[in-house]
Design a protein around this ligand. Sequence first.
Ligand code: GDP
Length: 385
Amino acid sequence: MKLALVGVGQAGGKIMEAIVSYDRRADVGFVADAIAVNTARADLVGLDATPLDRRVLIGGTRLKGHGTGTDNELGADVASEDIDEVMRAVDEVAVHDIDAFLVIAGLGGGTGSGAAPVVARELRRRYAEPVYGLGILPGRTEGGIYALNAARSFLTFVEQVDDLILFDNDAWREGGESLRAGYDRLNAEIARRLGVLFSAGEITAGQAVGESVVDASEIINTLGNGGISTVGYAATAVERPRARLFAGRKPAPDVGDATNRVLSTVRRAALGRLTLPCELAGTERALLVVAGPPEYLDRRGIERARRWLEETTGSMEVRGGDYPLDSDYVAAVVLFSGVTEVPRIEELKALGVEVQRRMRELEAEAPDGLHDLTWSGDGDGDDLD
Ligand code: GDP
């Protein structure tokens, strides 16, 4: 499936580059174009892989390239004012070649949080292709203002995209590791999940064609029209017999083993850590992609895994397919769309209401008190009482 990526804000730009880098390493070409948008010149300069003409500075007149801090209303304002700058870059995308747009942003900061929904709305207004969002939820330790921004941005962003895929930084923090130190690791995890998902169906020259390939329309139909999605991933190492190196001899993994390996990998993908932890029961639609060496992509295993997903989610709309890859792993990616029971979203919304209440109180007492809410560091965003 061919995508045009638009990374907004610092997290948006970095994650966009992580996805581009996955695409290049895998030599697939599912990224047709990638544009970085920011109010902070330093963040744009800090990108590695994005050509200069694909970096768009917005709000330059007002902000002089210094960013929005954590003011997401300012992020939204300057995006509206400079939307033509962004669209000029998008106009150079060969839109007839793409299946969809993916707008990527951290929802807790200022620029991505405020500007991503504005960019998504304009893309939808101008183009017929679906516009998806990839939103990053802040860590709990980042402070109340991040929670408030994320809660507000989520509510706006989800309305402006055809589907919003979420990743919760908090659920992915490793003990003892600071959020910042973990970004590269998190970005690689995000890129791997979305990379396998969006690569499916993009057959490169010389590659084996899957027995039941997942094509772009299946991904689009699973993402649907509106709502939020989460993605699971797991991989199992396989021993590729040396025999395959000798011409004409195909390795023959044990069929029963291959079936079970696929099934257990899919179960681990679905029941392990999702990009956004949630209840699987009640999921409206799901899509399963099993990737790996063709001789290990057991059809019966995929079919059984698909049925298991139907039972687990209660959804009658579970699609599935394979994606042949020259790899030492069998990997499963499961996209759950239209998920409704998401404790972290409920928590962020409640926290957002609480932060707003505290801000109003502090404003009434002394305007300087607002600083208490804008720190980021080792405090706990939950401690708002
Ligand atoms: P913006 O530039 O104003 O949009 O703000 P940032 O993108 O710097 O930060 C917004 C949110 O994204 C915060 O909650 C950060 O924790 C998170 N964030 C920043 N950089 C990264 C990153 O590289 N990866 C991930 N996963 N999250 C990030």
